[in-house]
Structure formats: C-alpha cells, structure tokens
Design a protein around this ligand. Structure first.
Ligand code: PLP
Length: 515
C-alpha cells in the first residue's frame, strides 16, 4: 500500500467509522449470527495475490459488522460499558503509526515521559493522595496496564516477593544465600491471597498465576455485600489457624455484580495492626473509580486510597477511552521493580544504567508495551476535566432515573442493592408471583427460588428479543438483572425505552406462568 493508497483507504475507513457511529442506535445491539458463521464466508488460506483496499473494505459491512455486539449502542446496558470516543481513536491511530513496543525509556523516550505526565494528571483528577504522584519522595507513581486483571496480578507478584523477602530479612537470612532460597521455597506454598466473594474473578486467577492459594471472604446482604473489618479479622484468623500466611488482599470500590464498596472505615483498624503490615492491600476500582473525578465521590472515597498499597481504575470502561487502558497507582514503585526487573545484556543502555529514567517494563508483566498514554491524553484534553465530570454526572443521573422507574413498578420488581454509579440491580419480586401453580408461596425459600428462576428467564428473553442488551448476575442467594446507563451514547429516551421492554417482557412471562 503506497502513501496515496493509504490516504484514500484511510479516508474511506474513517468515513465508514463515522457513519457506523452516527447510525449506532439503529443496529440490533446483539448480533443474530450463529456460532461458526464466519469461516465459511472466508477463504481457507491467506490470498496468494495481493488485494486492494477497494476489495477488502466491503467485507467490513458484509462480514464483520454482522458479527459485532454493538458496545457503543445506547441500547447496550450490559456488563460495564466499553466507551470509545473520537479523541481516543485518534490516539490509537498515532500509537499504531509510531508503533514502538517502548519497554525502556530509550526505546522511545516520549512514550515513558507522556505516560508519567498523564498519570499524574489522572491521579490529580481523581484526588488521589500526593503519595501516588511521580515526584513524591516516597517512590509512588502510576503506570498504564492493559487491563484491571493485569494490574491485579502485577500487584500480587510484587506483594508475594515483598512478603517473602521481608520475612527472610526479619529472620536475618542473608541475601542472596542458599538458606534464604530454601526458606522462600518452604514459605511459598503457605501464601494465601484474600478477596471477597464479590471481588472480580481476576484475584482468583491472579493467585493461580502467582502460584499461591486464595481465600474468599463471604459477604452478606446485611452489610450491603461489603467486606467489613470484622469479616477480615475472622478471615485472617481462619487462614492463620490453618498455618497459612496472608500476603495480599483485593478490596473493591464498585464490585462487578452490584457496585458494592468495601467498608474501608472498619477495615482501617485491621490494617493498622502490626501483624497485618506486610499484607499488600489493593483497591480494585476498575469501573467505579471513574466517579472519583466528581468532587462528592472524591471526598468520600479518595482518602481510602491512602490506606492501601495500590489502586487501579480503567479508562476503558466509563472513562471514554477505548480498550485497553487501566491506570495502576502504587505507593512505592520499588516493590514492582524489585519483583519484576530482570536484567539482560540486551536491555543495557546508559540511561537505564544511570537509574535516572523510568523503564516501565519493570512495572508490568510483558516486556513490550503500547503507547496508550496518547489516547488518554487526547481524551482528557478534548473533554477537559469539566467534560469528564459532565459525562459521569449525566450517566449517574440516568441511572437514578432508571432506578426510579423500577421503584415505580414495585408491584413487579424489587431493587436488590443500592443503585449507584449508574448501575441498578433488580429482580422480579417474589410477591409478584401471586398465583402459584405450586404451594411455593407458602414457603419463603421456594418463592425466592422461583423469583430467581423467573428473573433469569426474563434476562434471557430480553436478550433474545434484542432491542437492548443486559446481563444478569447473582449475589447472596438472589438472581437479578443489571442495567448500566454509563454508556457514552446513553440518553433518557433509551433508558425509558429499555424499561418499557423489560416491563413488557416481565408481564408476558408472568402471564404465561399463571396460565
Ligand atoms: N475488576 C472489576 C471490579 C471489574 O468489574 C472488572 C470487569 O468488569 C475487572 C476487574 C476486569 O477488568 P479488565 O477487563 O480490565 O481486566
């Protein structure tokens, strides 16, 4: 492809992308393709003869778009959003053009330097304590990871190494020494990571990758599905009584199922106990951390980030930047670099050797890294902090509207968790199952089971109908529907439209059940 060919192709592609975005609400949000739909439409091997863009581009409309779930559609209310905006697309374009897997500062100094500046902007925008800024004397700083899951596992590996070496130091074992190696080998199988039953699955996966055990803390509806100080104390006693050594915990601001927030007020005194000092505390705020851009949330939540070792939030969910961009902040970068820095002759250069530059390869699991700071930088400049706040406040207001609509049909539905951060979780009310064909309603447990079952059926029927896309989840024995209004294209008419679809399908399902 020559430069002229590229100019023509790029203009055509951009026109098609703009048209896709402008017409996004008209697409059926979930595709109707069947598994395996694509392969029969494509040649079985790559073409021997070069093809022109004129030949390639039509496949987007004919073969690719039919297989898309339209995450940017205002009718996409499932999971958490994966917002994509024009400034972030421009960032991706330049990033691809400059294509530098910039693992060391020298690989492309601006990739590192822009990331450091942008992450300081982000830390300040979120009102994080100054200990997370790149110039803080205590060694804090931020780094962009590909995903929240990567942020979690990166912290877990750093936590494991910090724990093991602190223990060996306390025991006076020389470093390095065969005695220390033997002690570490004996300790490792006893290490246990903790997280609640509401924390994202990435902590369990992370402990598998880090080669440690995992303990799940059971939360309750009485405590709004939050981990409390008492829960943590009991969990620590339990694992220690089994001879295990807790080295890491994930706490959450905005759990995946219901946006629960752990009870940091009561957790503080547990963290303050000397025997818990070596446990790495991480706050996963992959989705809801975005809300800290709003002063009212920053005031109540940002102070908790000072109590922990690390914090992450994704720009690729609520924050208007396309996948992937997860910002991880640590209080002390040395814990990452000590665990993850491996020297090899081919990495040596006078800048890295001087110790005066940041080499982000030592803050992450892969070596190479994408120039992700550009898309965050473009988005933050194009929207400004005021535009980001406007987007967050607007989508939270839409969430409040949706929750009010659910409350207005208290004959049909009940809200199962406090609606927050543009998420409402609700289910069919057991009392809406008035005429039962069984004796279930005389039995509270059975009516709970029925309410769960019909809520699950309604979720499936809503997705099969295809006007909107939502997902269900369950927590503390209740199955529910989640509706998220945090999409960057969300509007009141779509929220109202979604509620009408949900009511219609629920009434139909209840009627059929009675007949
Ligand atoms: N943490 C929370 C609270 C989440 O809700 C999610 C995904 O929804 C994740 C982590 C995983 O995010 P990622 O896809 O960036 O790994």
């Amino acid at each position: 492809m020559t430069a002229d060919d590229f100019r023509k192709a790029a203009h055509a592609a951009i026109e098609e992308i703009i048209s896709y975005n402008e017409n996004i609400a008209q697409y059926r949000v979930l595709p109707t393709v069947k598994p395996g739909y694509l392969a029969p439409q494509l040649p079985r091997s790559a073409p021997e003869i070069p093809e022109t863009w004129e030949n390639i581009q039509p496949d987007i409309a004919e073969k690719i778009v039919p297989g898309l779930t339209h995450w940017q559609s205002p009718n996409f209310m499932a999971y958490f959003p994966g917002c994509s905006t024009y400034p972030s697309l421009l960032g991706e374009m330049y990033s691809a053009a400059f294509s530098a897997p910039a693992f060391n500062w020298l690989c492309s100094p601006v990739c590192t330097e822009l990331e450091t500046v942008v992450l300081d902007w982000v830390a300040k925008g979120l009102s994080l304590p100054s200990s997370y800024l790149s110039d803080c004397p205590s060694g804090g700083g931020g780094v962009i990871q590909g995903s929240a899951s990567e942020a979690v596992v990166t912290c877990m590996v750093a936590a494991r190494e910090r724990y093991l070496h602190a223990k060996c130091d306390a025991e006076g074992l020389e470093n390095p020494s065969p005695e220390r190696d033997a002690r570490i080998a004996a300790l490792r199988p006893k290490l246990v990571a903790l997280s609640s039953d509401q924390a994202h699955s990435s902590t369990m996966k992370g402990s598998n990758i880090a080669g440690t055990l995992h303990h799940s803390i059971v939360t309750s509806r009485d405590n709004a599905l939050a981990v409390t100080g008492d829960d943590l104390t009991l969990a620590l006693e339990k694992v220690r009584s089994q001879g295990l050594e807790p080295y890491y915990i994930t706490l959450t601001i905005g759990s995946t199922s219901t946006c629960a927030i752990d009870d940091f007020e009561s957790l503080k005194s547990v963290f303050d106990r000397a025997e818990n000092a070596q446990i790495w505390k991480h706050i996963d705020a992959a989705y809801a951390g975005a809300a800290l851009f709003l002063p009212e949330y920053a005031k109540s939540l940002a102070p908790f980030t000072a109590m922990v070792d690390s914090f992450n939030t994704n720009f690729h969910k609520w924050l208007l930047v396309n996948f992937d961009a997860s910002c991880l902040f640590v209080q002390n970068r040395n814990h990452l670099t000590r665990a993850l820095s491996i020297s090899a002759p081919y990495y040596q250069n006078k800048h890295s050797d001087s110790g005066l530059v940041t080499d982000y390869r030592d803050w992450q699991i892969p070596l190479g890294r994408r120039f992700r700071a550009l898309k965050i930088w473009f988005m933050m400049r194009t929207y400004g902090l005021s535009g980001i706040r406007e987007h967050l406040a607007h989508t939270i207001k839409l969430g409040d509207l949706f929750a009010d609509l659910v409350r207005s049909r208290s004959d049909l539905f009940e809200i199962v968790a406090e609606p927050r951060f543009a998420l409402t979780c609700f289910r069919v009310k057991p009392s809406a199952l008035t005429v039962s064909t069984t004796s279930a309603l005389t039995n509270g447990d059975a009516s709970e089971v029925e309410a769960n079952s019909i809520t699950r059926q309604i979720t499936d029927r809503i997705n099969a109908e295809g006007t909107i896309h939502i997902i269900g989840s369950s927590a503390a024995g209740q199955t529910f529907i989640r509706v998220v209004s945090a999409n960057s294209n969300a509007e009141e008419k779509y929220i109202r439209g979604a509620f009408e679809v949900i009511v219609k399908i629920t009434e139909e399902a209840l009627k059929e059940r009675r007949e």
